[in-house]
Design a protein around this ligand. Structure first.
Ligand SMILES: Cc1cc2nc3c(=O)[nH]c(=O)nc-3n(C[C@H](O)[C@H](O)[C@H](O)COP(=O)(O)OP(=O)(O)OC[C@H]3O[C@@H](n4cnc5c(N)ncnc54)[C@H](O)[C@@H]3O)c2cc1C
Length: 431
């Protein structure tokens, strides 16, 4: 038997170090920089690289990667425990070299890039000399990638790209873009697209605007609307085989989704901690909020939701480590992805409510956490799409009943049992 809910002492010591380091060194940085990805910000450049150096010295750099790519290769369970801590800080993922969307782009380049592309794009990305963006969603709609229209056409030794992408996060900071485009429009709908890598400053790449999330000022957005007009890139900037863009995309999205979930646990726990502190501190009608039973219900419901979600994330991480096959954990990842926005939304909303007017103000983080829950329900696929995937996968384990009534129809079960135990029932005089 090995149902173990304990962390080994050696790794726990690392987690304790990370917890202290994030609390004392990284969280204060969140208060003075706008975007941890913005390498043009001198304050960011003064504060983040020295912290990254400390993480490297501690051997905790890029923990999502195996030793071949410069990470410790901890696997997903340990990564989950680590990301739970990093998730409560905006800058911590970048300080530890495991931030989205760069982590997913690095996975794509590591799997599908040739030696030249690895040298040119992957190495500086892993060394954190640059950041990158992932350019997949289109303004016409992201939930159905089979409807994408951005084209890459072959012309001699080059690809020529035309089209528009929407919400390419951090393209305004990025040195390069990983792009999904239609190369084979006549092919079957899952074999029409291919993945590419290109420099952001390639002629014809235009950032129409950087869209902001509600609450940020309009000129402070980081989700770029990108137009590609006759953009020419070398033929070998194709990642994976022509027509296999979907398969390549899955390489990044499987890991990306579970990593978001791990970090979300950190954010949601932070909301919970703040909720409990406030409940114990605020007095009304002669007693603390913590003594009000309706407030206690909010605290209990929040804890239950967090722990249920955390166990689902950890079990999914364990299954990834066990099988090393994202296809096999597709249903688990969709379940995690579909559960994530609701946990964050519910717990952050309760924390906001318990803080009253302070909770809804700019002076506390809860309103942005509630909005973040919508981010979690959209990025890397809308909740409904993951519910559909999960249900489809689950239904594969079932077959329709051949008869008119369900196989667990009680009259049928009773008749079968009575036939089986007929002698016994007769002896007992119960026929
Ligand atoms: C903060 C943030 C960062 C992002 N970063 C990136 C990025 O870096 N790169 C990138 O390429 N994209 C990124 N995205 C885009 C994201 O992938 C899309 O938002 C997502 O795929 C949904 O596409 P859409 O926004 O066009 O919504 P639509 O496709 O228009 O869907 C709208 C809504 O319709 C409903 N819906 C859709 N399909 C179904 C269905 N089959 N059944 C039932 N209901 C359905 C859902 O409620 C869905 O939310 C980001 C999004 C956000 C919010």
């Amino acid at each position: 038997m090995s149902w173990d809910f304990e962390t080994d002492p050696e790794f726990q010591a690392e987690l304790d170090w990370v917890d202290d380091f994030v609390r004392n060194e990284v969280e204060p940085v969140d208060q003075v920089i706008h975007h941890a990805w913005d390498m043009n910000d001198p304050v960011r450049q003064a504060l983040i690289p020295p912290l990254q150096e400390q993480v490297r010295e501690r051997g905790l750099w890029a923990c999502h990667l195996g030793p071949k790519l410069g990470g410790p290769g901890y696997g997903q369970v340990k990564l989950a425990l680590l990301n739970e801590i990093l998730g409560r800080s905006h800058s911590a993922p970048i300080v530890f070299g495991c931030q989205a969307p760069d982590s997913g782009n690095a996975e794509i380049l590591a799997h599908y890039g040739n030696d030249d592309l690895k040298k040119r794009y992957l190495e500086p990305l892993l060394a954190q000399e640059v950041v990158s963006a992932y350019s997949m969603t289109e303004p016409r709609g992201g939930s159905d990638p089979t409807g994408f229209v951005t084209r890459a056409e072959r012309d001699g030794d080059e690809w020529v790209i035309n089209g528009e992408k929407w919400f390419s996060s951090h393209a305004n900071f990025a040195a390069f873009l990983v792009l999904l485009a239609v190369t084979d429009p006549e092919e079957e709908r899952h074999r029409r697209m291919s993945m590419f890598v290109l420099d952001t400053d390639t002629p014809g790449v235009e950032i129409v605007r950087n869209v902001g999330i509600y609450g940020h000022s309009p000129d402070d957005g980081t989700h770029s609307y990108v137009r590609y007009t006759d953009v020419r890139i070398p033929a070998d900037h194709l990642l994976g085989e022509r027509g296999e863009g979907f398969i390549v995309a899955q390489t990044r999205l499987g890991g990306g989704r579970i990593h978001h979930a791990m970090r979300t646990i950190g954010l949601v726990k932070s909301a919970f901690d703040q909720m409990c502190e406030r409940a114990l501190s605020r007095v009304t009608q002669g007693e603390t909020l913590a003594r009000k039973q309706l407030v206690q219900a909010m605290i209990a419901d929040s804890w239950i939701q967090i722990e249920q979600f955390r166990l689902l994330v950890l079990r999914t991480a364990w299954r990834i480590d066990k099988w090393n096959d994202y296809q096999r954990v597709r249903a688990d990842i969709s379940a995690v992805k579909a559960a994530m926005p609701k946990v964050l939304h519910d717990v952050a909303s309760r924390a906001l409510q318990i803080h009253g007017s302070l909770g809804v103000s700019h002076e506390m983080p809860f309103a942005s956490m509630v909005l973040e829950s919508f981010h979690m329900g959209l990025a890397d696929g809308a909740t409904e799409v993951h519910q559909i995937t999960l249900a489809r996968e689950l239904l594969k384990g079932y077959t329709p009943t051949p008869g008119l009534f369900p196989s667990h129809h009680l009259p049928k079960l009773k008749a079968e049992a009575e036939a089986r135990f007929a002698d016994l029932l007769a002896k007992a005089g119960r026929t």
